[in-house]
Design a protein around this ligand. Sequence first.
Ligand code: NAG
Ligand code: NAG
Ligand code: NAG
Ligand code: NAG
Ligand code: NAG
Ligand code: NAG
Length: 532
Amino acid sequence: MNLTTPTLMLCLVLTAACSPTLSEVAHQCLRITQPNIPGAEVLSFHTKVIVNGTVLGDGQSLKQDIHNIHVCEVNVTLSHDNANDTVSVLTWLPLHGWNHRFLAVGGGAWVTGQGTVDLALPATNGYAASSTDGGLGGNPYTPASWALNPDGSVNAALLDNFAHRSIHDMAVVGKAVTASFYKRSAKRAYWGGCSTGGRQGMVAAQQYPGEFDGILAGAPAIYWPQYVIAELWPQVVMREHGYFPPSCELNTIVAKAIEVCDELDGVRDGVIADPAACTFDPFTLVGTRAACKGSANVMISNTTASIVRSIWDGPITSDGVSLWPGLPIGASLDALAGTELQDGVNMPKPFFLAQQWVQYFVKQNTSFDVANLTAAGFESLLMESRSKFDSIIGSADPDLSTFKANGGKILAWHGLADQLIFPQDSVRYLTEVQGHIGGREATSSFFRLFMAPGVDHCAFGAGKSFAPGAVPLDPLGALVAWVEDEKPPESLLGETISTSAKQLTRKICKYPLQAKYAGCGDSTKAESYSCI
Ligand SMILES: *[C@@H]1O[C@H](CO)[C@@H](O)[C@H](O)[C@H]1NC(C)=O
Ligand SMILES: *[C@@H]1O[C@H](CO)[C@@H](O)[C@H](O)[C@H]1NC(C)=O
Ligand SMILES: *[C@@H]1O[C@H](CO)[C@@H](O)[C@H](O)[C@H]1NC(C)=O
Ligand SMILES: *[C@@H]1O[C@H](CO)[C@@H](O)[C@H](O)[C@H]1NC(C)=O
Ligand SMILES: *[C@@H]1O[C@H](CO)[C@@H](O)[C@H](O)[C@H]1NC(C)=O
Ligand SMILES: *[C@@H]1O[C@H](CO)[C@@H](O)[C@H](O)[C@H]1NC(C)=O
């Protein structure tokens, strides 16, 4: 962050754009009253004016640098009663051009929010926006600093913060300081997040059904205690086959599947529109050459074909019962079937989040070796994770009746080439909500799901490797139009990111519809498609 000190230059910067004057607005920033948070004590409360600030992009949640940020920043730290935690909620209040909305931004992986990187874009678009660290220390890549108490037991208070409580903190604190600064309440409150942030959004609808008018949930990490274990399945499969194929062998098979199934929808665009309809058989490639750099003679073996088949099929018991969906055909296998060279031998490299979930939470034993799981061990681990943690962080309660009765709306989307969170999980949740609410129509009146072909996890690597699909351009805008203008979205406009090899726009249809090419017109343009 580059910060310029407030004082007189405020007026020079933005005089024309503001009334009241910026110095008056800045003065209001310093006079925001400290929020009252039931069940928690405020530990510290700081406000400051940021003029012409900059936040550098991180390449993931914030793709580009953001300049010319003019906000009142409010930093509240709090501690929940009997929790011994220190939670920071950071709120950015635009100094001019507030759109009368409040937006709470969710986190990713092991964090409930990342602060300024998540606030920069919404705040420059007029939202009063909040992000919280949930008292977890802010490292997305490991929960090591907070998961366990000194005695080795799970830190239940911090797991509660991660699972749900931080959502409520953000809503209470963010709305209160927004109202204090602008001297009026936000007209609407929104949630926005992907992955862990998407899960938090679903939890908001389930557990805090009065706090948000609209919830945007991307690739929600719901069914957490189960799907996270299912992320280990590809490792189990490789171990059971006694072979850890290098990425180039696996990717050769995925690339071939995309080539074969690409045109099932009538358009050759490098994207499988409906992975479930792709019946590509990896065994047809046995004996053909794998695209491995530097070694021209690596052949696809029966073993590698069998591994890929089992990864796509997902975990299945010896009695043939499916325990969880597999990765969709077209998703990269690099993350979940990860391997690494050790002394010239390819060794297992389990996905970090799944490994840590097992070590810190399910087993509370950081020596537990997930790379040694057998199929039988996998099944009992899945059951153990579910029975211990489903009630805490399952995040998939289908009872959204109160949220619906309050007039809330959920817009969920999920990439169909998600390499980390199974897109079928979002469909399952929608179906369970439909069962609870009383059917498709009733559900569609407040909860819509959009499946984005060829898009990877949260579109983080969109355009790279196997993810040339069209990414939802402005799903928050679509949600706002639904909540405020009663325009329910039938499709989202999607566009490939600028660095993608192929450039196209597409309709991303409301599930279960799919975009179909009309047969005439430019096949790279959304207008040439309809949702069928
Ligand atoms: C705002 O900051 C940019 C650098 O990020 C600088 O080039 C510009 O001059 C600044 N504008 C004002 C009015 O201070
Ligand atoms: C918020 O305040 C706390 C307590 O003073 C401090 O530790 C933390 O770094 C602050 N956060 C930001 C983003 O300034
Ligand atoms: C509270 O947390 C601090 C560290 O964050 C720790 O040193 C202290 O022992 C904890 N107190 C209790 C009662 O758990
Ligand atoms: C190839 O793998 C399949 C599935 O694992 C197995 O049933 C079959 O016997 C194998 N074929 C050969 C020739 O090894
Ligand atoms: C932790 O896991 C390791 C490796 O599986 C095992 O040897 C050890 O006994 C476990 N410790 C406890 C306390 O269960
Ligand atoms: C895991 O398996 C490998 C060999 O497959 C073995 O060398 C290692 O000791 C095992 N680790 C544990 C913790 O059992």
